[in-house]
Design a protein around this ligand. Structure first.
Ligand code: HPA
Ligand SMILES: [Zn+2]
Length: 350
């Protein structure tokens, strides 16, 4: 295992940094394919005889200079091409869980993108069973609980999403909800109105990426048309004060990913990130890693770099963000209460 914990930050108060790292938290926005580190990509490429268009780990890492979401997605899908067998999916997720446990993540809700794999001829069961066995191992060996959220790729058709749902139904008990990811601009939530309606009928939780690169109107249609229970990213809501008010009144969770936003040029610098404004408006914001292998760090790195760049964020915000992560998770109320009590205990002694 390499670099599981956040690097010590030179300018952040050490006591606050220690608290951010040690506090129990849930991660609600992590694309498991985005946790595939370059070293593992190369190891799996070799194991599976897959040719990569990069000479070595360093050359691959050097390509991680993104200008927008699409420039990232092109490389992210190329990286996922090394995943062929159940063991590959297991190894990828297990590596993530070890890092998450080191960051005091007690619960993670993992996005996975089956179409990225089924389009290459990998069976749905291979993907799901590989991930499920890693989730079970994480509970057993690390005490980390988890759930899977199947994401539809929004640049593909509604028909393809329906086919994916159909292929996934034999594994219905293994995923708790569905999401919507990939290229946002030009692919508004309403494109998937019918497939999300079907998913709701099936009793699945529903979430969607909206307002990362797309306009506030996409957040509104995710709420009104898809009837989502969380908005992934959602940071562009700040452009519409009425929408901010609505999200606050609903206590609609936003799964914010600060390092991702900077790496994909949603913000020029972390100091410009709107997390403080979201919290000040009373929104149920959470901090998450999105695609940690590509964006420069896991969840604690996100907390540390965000708090270091935004000195108006302090101990109370840390507590609120961790509590929000539990409240926004898809687990029974008693479990949330137990986690919040553990969080309270950490803050009481810090
Ligand atoms: O940040 C993201 N946005 C949209 N789609 C994605 N798929 C992986 N990461 C992302
Ligand atoms: Zn995402």
């Amino acid at each position: 295992m390499t670099t599981p914990a956040a690097a010590v930050h030179a300018t952040l108060d050490p006591a606050l940094q220690a608290l951010l790292c040690r506090m129990p938290k849930a991660e609600l926005h992590i694309h498991i394919e985005g946790s595939l580190e370059p070293e593992l990509i190369f190891a799996l490429a070799q194991r599976n005889g897959v040719a990569l268009p990069y000479a070595n780990v360093e050359a691959l890492r050097a390509a991680y200079a993104f200008t927008d979401l699409q420039s990232f997605l092109d490389i992210y899908y190329a990286g996922a091409s090394v995943l062929l067998h159940e063991q590959d999916f297991h190894d990828m997720a297990w590596a993530y869980f070890q890092r998450a446990a080191a960051d005091h993540v007690v619960h993670a809700e993992l996005f996975f993108d089956p179409q990225t794999h089924t389009e290459r001829g990998v069976a749905m069961g291979t993907v799901v069973q590989g991930l499920v066995s890693a989730c079970e191992r994480a509970q057993r060996e690390l005490g980390v609980s988890s759930a899977l959220i199947l994401c539809f790729l929004r640049h593909l058709s509604e028909e393809a999403a329906f086919e994916t749902l159909e292929a996934a139904l034999p594994y219905r008990q293994h995923f708790t909800g569905v999401g919507l990811d990939s290229s946002e601009r030009g692919h508004p939530p309403e494109k998937f109105a019918r497939v999300f309606a079907r998913c709701r009928e099936l009793g699945l939780h529903v979430v969607a990426h909206a307002g990362e690169e797309g306009p506030p109107a996409y957040i509104e249609s995710a709420l009104d048309v898809l009837k989502v229970e969380r908005i992934d990213h959602g940071v562009r809501c700040v452009e519409s004060p009425a929408l901010v008010q609505r999200l606050a009144a609903l206590r609609m969770p936003l799964t914010v990913c600060p390092l991702s936003n900077v790496k994909l040029c949603v913000y020029r610098t972390m100091a410009e990130h709107q997390l403080p404004a979201l919290l000040a408006a009373g929104l149920c914001a959470t901090v998450n890693s999105d695609d940690p292998a590509y964006f420069g760090g896991y969840i604690n790195q996100n907390f540390v770099e965000t708090f270091a760049a935004l000195p108006q964020l302090g101990r109370d915000h840390a507590y609120t963000l961790a509590r929000n992560s539990f409240q926004a998770s898809f687990v029974p109320a008693e479990t949330k209460q137990r986690w919040v009590a553990a969080l309270d205990a950490v803050f009481a002694e810090a």
